[in-house]
Design a protein around this ligand. Structure first.
Ligand SMILES: *[C@@H]1O[C@H](CO)[C@@H](O)[C@H](O)[C@H]1NC(C)=O
Ligand SMILES: *[C@@H]1O[C@H](CO)[C@@H](O)[C@H](O)[C@H]1NC(C)=O
Ligand SMILES: *[C@@H]1O[C@H](CO)[C@@H](O)[C@H](O)[C@H]1NC(C)=O
Ligand SMILES: *[C@@H]1O[C@H](CO)[C@@H](O)[C@H](O)[C@H]1NC(C)=O
Ligand SMILES: *[C@@H]1O[C@H](CO)[C@@H](O)[C@H](O)[C@H]1NC(C)=O
Length: 344
């Protein structure tokens, strides 16, 4: 392969890059079967995040596994496109952070990760979907539907005491999956009950594609759970633009993260063109917030207001995992510099 050709495909090897999506074209091939490819993993060992148990919807006794302690809150992570549960920036760092918080005795919950790696392939193998829109609609609905059924099974088997004790955390395409999951859970309960909390981490901007075509029905929004919080780190590019949560966080203004533009001119150019680092770094922010409650975000109408006036409102909140569940609105902060994730 020539250097030029290699450069053209390189972005496709990184996580969730927009223009690769254009590569998916027509004809007929089988879509991945959901039961075989959508799996829920439970992490029983707070000292070893590589240990995991496959919880199987078709096998009721897998919910009775003695390592799965009943009656606790649940943290369920959902990865994005071209990703899987062992991807470092998300979900792995967050799985480890939750397990660490649990080991410290400060928090008590069961930690899960929902994996759909076959369905998460972008671009999909040639010929599986005729359009990009068809792919996203299929993936979001299929994975959302299965995840909703997993959550109902966790509840009916007593693994979680109540839907309100479930917290779903989705990155990128996974952010649209968790929103859809929240909506399907409501449908399955005649709109009488909701999941407690849904967090979207730089939720994927499928708005551009879905606008008009799907009438926004697949977009995450504040009605999907009792509390919906969204962190925007690359909005308007790979990430969704607009306030769709009850709380919307805008670190560094929400477009490009300062930690991603501290390296060199080439890296900067790649970052401005693709947004990949800013889109991915949110996983590190989230994991950091689980074991570090010290970052404060301030309520403001815009980043300009926040930078001009500072934190003048007394409505400031803790950034990330420990945000007050009674908070609402737009919150800004300058995130401390952290090492940027490698995007290749
Ligand atoms: C962690 O668990 C994995 C998977 O069960 C195992 O292969 C590995 O040896 C364990 N690591 C340690 C340090 O125990
Ligand atoms: C069902 O799950 C249990 C407990 O995890 C496991 O021991 C058993 O082998 C599973 N059965 C099947 C058919 O997969
Ligand atoms: C959701 O899953 C159930 C059970 O597998 C299935 O019967 C139903 O048709 C699915 N609904 C959608 C919209 O995919
Ligand atoms: C926690 O946040 C503080 C304040 O920004 C920072 O100085 C510190 O390095 C962070 N610690 C960890 C473990 O992330
Ligand atoms: C948050 O608000 C409280 C109450 O007004 C104030 O005392 C505190 O200094 C603020 N924190 C930050 C980081 O601005």
């Amino acid at each position: 392969m020539s250097a030029a050709a290699l450069k053209a495909v390189l972005p496709c090897l990184s996580l969730t890059v927009w223009f690769c999506i254009l590569l998916s074209v027509t004809s007929a091939q089988k879509k991945p079967e959901d039961d075989a490819t959508i799996r829920l993993f439970y992490y029983p060992n707070t000292k070893n995040a590589s240990e995991r148990i496959d919880v199987n919807l078709a096998n009721a006794s897998s919910f009775q596994n003695e390592k799965l302690v009943k009656g606790k809150r649940a943290k369920i992570m959902v990865h994005g496109a071209n990703s899987f549960c062992e991807s470092e920036n998300f979900p792995m760092l967050s799985i480890q952070a939750y397990l660490t918080a649990k080991a410290s005795g400060k928090e008590d919950y069961n930690v899960f990760c929902l994996e759909y790696r076959e369905l998460a392939k972008v671009p999909a193998p040639l010929g599986v979907y005729s359009t990009f829109t068809e792919q996203f609609e299929y993936v979001v609905n299929t994975v959302g539907n299965k995840t909703a059924r997993f959550i109902m099974a966790l509840e009916s088997n007593g693994v979680v005491p109540e839907l309100s004790q479930v917290h779903l955390i989705g990155h990128s395409l996974g952010g649209q999956v968790v929103g859809t999951t929240g909506r399907i859970v409501q449908e399955m309960n005649n709109y009488q009950r909701k999941v407690g909390r849904i967090t979207g981490l730089d939720v994927m901007n499928i708005f551009l594609v879905y606008k008009n075509v799907l009438k926004l029905r697949n977009l995450i929004d504040s009605s999907d759970a009792t509390f919906v919080d969204i962190i925007h780190t690359n909005d308007g590019q790979i990430g969704l633009q607009g306030d769709y949560g009850k709380v919307d966080f805008y670190p560094d203004g929400g477009h490009h993260q300062t930690s991603c533009t501290q390296t060199g001119p080439i890296e900067n150019l790649i970052e401005m063109t693709t947004g990949a680092c800013s889109h991915i770094i949110v996983g590190r922010y989230w994991a950091g917030s689980i074991n570090n409650r010290t970052l404060t975000a301030c309520k403001a109408d815009s980043y300009e207001d926040f930078t001009d006036s500072g934190c003048i409102s007394d409505n400031n909140v803790t950034f990330g995992e420990y945000v007050s569940l009674s908070a609402f609105g737009k919150f800004y902060l300058d995130h401390p510099l952290i090492p940027a994730p490698s995007i290749f």
